[in-house]
Design a protein around this ligand. Structure first.
Ligand code: ADP
Ligand code: ASP
Ligand code: MG
Length: 439
């Protein structure tokens, strides 16, 4: 059972988590927690401030983290547990403070240091959640994901080593359940084979839950979040969109990869491989039955996913027949900056594609520019209409042409499961709302 940032954002939310899990103790839940909402971003900011040598702001940031976590602990726990919580929170934050001050001295922030800093949110929240169970009379044990989940040393987007992790996860869980009724572990964080802290990438707690679930051959993996499951589109853009009651692993993966952030894209595969159903549930509305993601054949969906962080790049080639070489070169440059291409179209003398990471795109394109004429348009959005047989749905292209006559890169995905196109970012909300009414 994975609880995201908003599900542990304050004392009420955490109490809710305890209530949800407490009715299910017989099922032996492994509770995977995120950092309290916004904490990971705050930690990222502190890492940047430290790199700039801004000790004063770093210290202020640590104080505000301490205040928030102390306050939640005080509201939620009884006297004995508050003491333990405060001691553990203070210990973690003092460790973090020394580390950040060290970075402020040298003014250098490596990926390795950044990963260590980003992990503190989960280390903190998991203490409060564990102690909240204890206060309720439910014996809980806090596990340390860094000791169980082993990854490569791609520190900020680390890849788990499942064979290495499996043994440790299984052992600790068997031991854990001899001592406690419920086990609590952090999402997102892990450690490399050398023992350094790593993270699985932003929003990676869903992925952690899927890995733990898969290693333990869980009956189900539950992703508890702040909306009524997987909806036809993002409730932040369309007011109260329809929830999808069931969809296949492939459709959920397609939605996630194309931008629907309700599930981290990597979450699907570990569950699909072992045929473990994923339930997406709402911790703020426990009466909602949830979206199930599995391999059954469900009613066809038509969902709308989007990405608002992309730019459109056009590369003109000087001669015919250079597409392969040019693509090879472009991929090499993008790889160095972890830039992903999502849509791509070529003809004999031009390549047009969408790329993410707008902040590093100019730097990544410098050497491409030296070889080819290149045009970058920033502040673009990619919209994808997703569904099992979407390419066969008649009339969709007409609808897109009507709503977005200036759509660029209109294309059908390779698995025929999406139709995607690119528009200006400023038109995103309006276009999604129009499409929602029509598809
Ligand atoms: P958590 O902190 O629980 O991991 P996230 O913010 O990562 O939560 O994911 C939940 C959010 O995903 C929702 O608040 C919603 O805005 C967004 N979202 C995007 N697309 C969808 C969709 N198709 N269905 C539901 N939620 C979506
Ligand atoms: N706390 C991490 C983040 O905000 C991981 C997660 O919540 O999934 O990205
Ligand atoms: Mg998330």
């Amino acid at each position: 059972m994975k609880f995201g940032g908003t599900s542990v954002q304050d004392a009420n939310a955490i109490q809710n988590v305890i209530n949800i899990v407490s009715t299910r103790l017989k099922e032996k839940a492994l509770v995977v927690v995120s950092a309290m909402s916004k904490v990971t971003r705050q930690l990222l900011r502190l890492a940047e401030l430290a790199e700039q040598g801004n000790k004063e702001e770093v210290l202020k940031g640590i104080d505000s983290l301490k205040e928030r976590h102390f306050e939640v602990a005080s509201q939620l726990l009884d006297k004995e547990n508050i003491e333990t919580a405060k001691t553990e929170i203070a210990k973690l934050l003092s460790e973090l403070q020394s580390f950040l001050l060290g970075i402020s001295e040298i003014r250098e922030l490596s990926d390795k240091s950044q990963a260590k800093i980003l992990g503190y949110g989960e280390l903190l929240s998991s203490w409060i959640v564990t102690l909240a169970f204890n206060k309720q009379g439910i014996k809980a044990k806090r596990l340390d994901a860094r000791e169980l989940l082993i990854t490569n040393n791609n520190y900020l987007s680390a890849k788990p080593d499942i064979p290495l992790s499996s043994k440790k996860v299984k052992e600790e869980i068997v031991i854990g359940y001899k001592e406690a009724e419920v086990l609590v572990i952090q999402g997102f964080i892990a450690s490399s084979t050398d023992g350094d802290s790593t993270v699985l990438g932003f929003e990676g707690s869903d992925y952690s839950a899927a890995i733990f679930g898969s290693i333990c051959n869980a009956d189900r993996v539950e992703i508890w979040t702040d909306v009524d499951g997987i909806c036809v589109t993002d409730p932040r853009v369309v007011e109260k969109p329809r929830s999808i009651s069931a969809l296949s692993y492939e459709e959920a993966a397609e939605m996630a990869y194309l931008g629907a952030r309700v599930l981290h894209p990597y979450t699907i595969e570990p569950c699909r491989a072992k045929n473990i159903p994923i339930y997406v549930l709402n911790s703020h509305n426990i009466n909602y039955t949830g979206t199930i993601v599995d391999n059954a054949r469900h009613e066809e969906i038509t969902a709308l996913a989007f990405r608002s962080d992309i730019c459109l790049i056009r590369i003109d080639l000087p001669d015919f027949g250079q597409v392969t070489d040019a693509l090879n070169f472009i991929s090499q440059q993008f790889k160095q900056y972890n830039i992903n291409i999502s849509l791509l179209n070529t003809d004999t003398s031009a390549i047009i594609l969408t790329a993410d990471k707008q902040e590093s795109i100019d730097e990544a394109c410098e050497s491409i520019r030296q070889k080819y004429s290149l045009y970058i348009e920033k502040n673009k959005a990619q919209i994808s209409i997703v569904g099992r047989n979407i390419s066969k749905k008649t009339g969709l292209i007409d609808v897109i042409n009507k709503i977005s006559p200036n759509a660029e890169l209109l294309s059908i995905g390779a698995k025929q499961m999406n139709i995607s196109f690119v528009i200006n970012l400023e038109d995103l909300d309006h276009t999604i709302n129009q499409l929602y009414k029509e598809v």
